[in-house]
Design a protein around this ligand. Structure first.
Ligand code: NI
Length: 138
């Protein structure tokens, strides 16, 4: 069974690769390469996999899951300039793909028990665009 909790945060970023020229960055990333950065209201959906406990009827403690998302992701990402304030984005381009990977890496150690194993991370950068990441296997 899969169970999903949603969280939201706002952050700004620049999408550019310092190894590429200005023209190449503009061609690849468009306005997102602007060095002043720009913001998004990100929506995160974290899906956990497990079997309901026969005693509690729950896959995992949903309050604990909410606390984990807040502590490990929202408090770190919210209202931050990702390239400057959130490792590893000083050297990894904060595309939604890389943000999904970073969030997975932050959550996975906390969601690996026999009940409530991390299944997937979905991150919406805009209402029209999202990335799914299911760990190394995907
Ligand atoms: Ni952007």
């Amino acid at each position: 069974m899969l169970i999903t909790r949603k969280a939201e945060f706002s952050a700004s970023h620049i999408c550019r690769n310092p190894r590429l020229s200005e023209a190449e960055n503009r061609a690849l990333f468009g306005a997102a390469a602007n060095p002043h950065g720009h913001g998004h209201n990100y929506v995160l959906e974290v899906t956990v996999e497990g079997t309901p406990d026969p005693v509690t009827g729950m896959v995992l403690d949903l309050k604990a899951l909410k606390d984990t998302l807040n502590r490990e992701v929202v408090e770190i990402y919210d209202h931050r300039f990702l390239n400057r304030e959130v490792a590893p984005f000083d050297h990894v381009i904060p595309t939604p793909e890389n943000i999904a990977i970073d969030i997975w890496n932050r959550l996975q150690p906390h969601l690996s028990g026999p009940r409530g194993r991390l299944h997937g991370v979905r991150i919406y950068e805009t209402p029209d665009l999202y990335v799914d990441y299911f760990g190394d296997a995907a």
